[in-house]
Write a protein that binds this ligand. Structure first.
Ligand code: SF4
Ligand code: SF4
Ligand code: SF4
Length: 172
């Protein structure tokens, strides 16, 4: 099958699947395989305003926080994790009220921060603080297995800095 006919086949399969109420994730997979541009967040434009949590048609949102480990400082005091020094696991001092951020000691003074996506609501609070005071390794991402690939992304329609763009899929 030529690349063009494969793309047409996959697109037709994705369209036909709509009537069968196929799960959004499966449609997304077909679209990705067919090379169709997908809604993605441009981290450089995103201000972590909070609308990704509330405006997605999915509840909870298809947007989740991810940590770019190549950028992360593995800091003992993470600005996206704690509100203020010294580090204290008092719930009042934790940025993430969903308990979606996981802190794990990985060296003498190094700590790894991961995200439990099943708890993350995409509120962006940790992202905003990491961006403002830290290395900016936390960012928001539309997870492909959750996104329904709406024709018009309702978050994108509300996003003031126009951070949600349709682009060929690029795994981060
Ligand atoms: S709506 Fe736009 S600026 Fe706000 S968190 Fe989502 S992508 Fe970022
Ligand atoms: S603070 Fe918000 S965006 Fe960050 S991990 Fe928790 S729920 Fe997700
Ligand atoms: S395309 Fe739809 S499901 Fe995906 S992030 Fe936007 S509103 Fe949510």
């Amino acid at each position: 099958m030529t690349p063009q006919s494969r793309r047409t086949f996959l697109l037709n399969a994705a369209r036909g699947a709509g009537g069968l109420a196929l799960a959004g994730g499966a449609v997304a997979l077909l679209r990705r395989a067919a090379g169709v541009p997908l809604h993605q967040i441009d981290a450089a434009r995103c201000t972590a305003c909070g609308l990704c949590e509330t405006e997605c048609v999915r509840k909870p949102s298809a947007v989740k926080c991810v940590n770019d480990f190549a950028k992360c400082g593995y800091c003992e005091f993470c600005y996206g994790y704690y509100y203020k020094a010294p580090p204290s696991d008092d719930p009042q001092n934790l940025v993430c009220k969903q308990k979606a951020l996981i802190r794990r000691k990985v060296g003498d003074v190094q700590f790894e921060y991961t995200i439990d996506e099943s708890k993350c609501t995409g509120c962006g609070k940790c992202v905003a603080l990491c961006k403002r005071f830290g290395n900016g390794s936390f960012r928001l991402e539309i997870r492909r297995d959750l996104c329904k690939e709406c024709n018009r992304c309702t978050i994108g329609a509300a996003c003031a800095p126009l951070a949600i763009l349709r682009q060929p899929y690029r795994p981060a």
